[in-house]
Design a protein around this ligand. Structure first.
Ligand SMILES: C[S@@+](CC[C@H](N)C(=O)[O-])C[C@H]1O[C@@H](n2cnc3c(N)ncnc32)[C@H](O)[C@@H]1O
Length: 427
């Protein structure tokens, strides 16, 4: 790869680009970088390269003539090469790793034109430039720093410049990801230890850890890049699922308060019941579909001090009826047996959570409150019933430690005679 840089400051650029990795690669003739003084190609005695802008305004504009003469000289020495003439410009496409890869893949000669002052005569761009490249949405005083950035990013991808291809294929932006964090000696610095896995010597674990860190970093720092990723590799998908599980577990949930329900809450409660009814219907569960429980049922619960509401930021988030047994229909257990017989138990009914809190900790917090209150009233266990088809509730009860004991039949209300599965949890 040969890179010719047209500039007004060739000496300072040559010094920087002649250092370190690029300097060594140039010595081995793997790359060739030339910084060429535009001023040497003027056709006026004063070696003037710029002039006032037509139409007035601040600053000067670099003239087309010396730029064209300088470029012609460069091209005359590069015959047979695949050349790309690039003007460094804040108005160009923003440079990235893909552009660097394209330059290395498609060309073996780049000419980087550095503007200064107010920029360069537009006619030179129209006549001679193949593309304009910016290094970001900000304006520098000259194109030298952008040209050095492009030169460096391109040259390190040229085979032989770095020790191994892996030096750049594993790095940030190569495959759309950011690189994992790196550590070197000592093992502990300022009380911060190197992650244990990196000391394990287990290469498979290290590789998986690094890939996971890359995914996390990209997700957190560059969601724009992450959104463009098309992950299909099985290991990546498994790591992603693991990350999502860990993030969900770490996320602080909403904070709930609770108090006894009051008549002023009835509209909010009925809205939540209506949401629950719609949800049950969507799940094919024939429960609460005939108007039960209506407002009078909750008002009656309130009269008995059994209705509790949970709130989030002062809005009703869930409702639950909590009372002590005995419950007449629970006394006639069929096809099974309660875990405890003859001991006081608490009962939970009419549990509903607002739709935006489904899946949150609210439902389990409501059951915990029920258990606490009933334990305080001498309960040895908690009992609850639900519809056979209400799989969401059944799974939830089992997750909370409730055991399916048998079948009971409702003995009052509009759902009288209907079968319900009976659950119990010993406190
Ligand atoms: C002060 S700038 C000219 C800006 C120009 N008047 C404009 O508003 O678009 C002078 C030179 O710096 C270089 N330059 C400045 N910002 C750049 C950037 N973000 N990327 C690439 N080159 C830049 C260009 O070569 C430009 O000709």
């Amino acid at each position: 790869m040969k890179i010719d840089i047209m500039t007004l400051f060739p000496d300072s650029m040559s010094r920087v680009l002649g250092e370190s990795i690029l300097g060594r690669a140039a010595k081995k003739s793997i790359i060739e970088i030339n910084c060429i003084q535009i001023r040497d190609f003027t056709d006026n005695k004063q070696n003037q390269v710029d002039d006032y802008p037509y139409g007035g305004g601040w600053g000067c504009v670099m003239m087309a003539q010396p730029l064209k003469a300088c470029l012609d000289h460069i091209l005359s020495q590069s015959e047979g090469r695949k050349t790309r003439v690039i003007y460094m410009s804040p108005q160009g496409q923003v440079f990235n790793q893909e552009t660097a890869k394209r330059f290395v893949r498609d060309y073996d000669h780049l000419v980087l034109v550095c503007g200064h002052y107010e920029g360069i005569d537009e006619r030179f761009i129209e006549e001679c430039v193949d593309e304009e490249i910016s290094i970001g949405d900000f304006v520098l005083t000259g194109g030298e720093i952008p040209a050095m950035a492009v030169c460096d990013a391109v040259c390190r991808l040229v085979p032989g410049v770095l020790a191994d291809e892996e030096c750049f294929t594993g790095e940030s932006h190569w495959d759309g990801l950011l690189e994992y964090p790196q550590y070197t000696r000592p093992e502990v610095w300022e009380g911060r230890a190197v992650p244990e896995v990196l000391l394990s010597g287990n290469h498979a674990r290290i590789r998986a850890w690094r890939r996971k860190q890359s995914l996390i970093r990209t997700m957190e720092r560059r969601p724009d890049l992450f959104a463009r990723l098309k992950l299909t590799d099985k290991e990546d998908l498994e790591l992603l699922a693991e990350i999502n599980r860990e993030r969900a577990a770490a996320e602080p949930g909403p904070v709930f308060d609770y108090r006894k329900g009051e008549p002023k809450d009835i509209n909010s409660i009925m809205e939540i019941v209506s949401q629950a009814r719609t949800f049950l219907k969507s799940q094919g569960v024939d429960q609460w579909q005939n108007g039960y429980p209506d407002a009078s049922v909750f008002l009656a619960d309130m009269d008995k001090g059994a209705c509790w509401v949970f709130t989030c930021e002062d809005e009703i988030a869930g409702v639950i009826a909590i009372s002590m047994g005995p419950e007449s229909c629970y006394e006639d257990m069929r096809e099974g047996k309660w875990l405890s017989e003859g001991t006081p138990y608490g009962v939970v009914h009419r549990t509903a959570v607002r739709e935006d809190f489904r899946g949150s900790s609210l439902a389990s917090e409501m059951l915990e409150l029920a258990a606490d209150l009933c334990r305080g009233m001498g309960a040895v266990s908690m009992r609850v019933d639900t519809h056979r088809d209400n799989l969401t509730m059944r799974r939830f009860l089992e997750k909370c430690g409730y055991v399916l004991c048998g079948v009971v039949y409702l003995d009052s209300g509009p759902e009288k005679g209907r079968e319900r599965l009976a659950y119990e949890k010993v406190l």
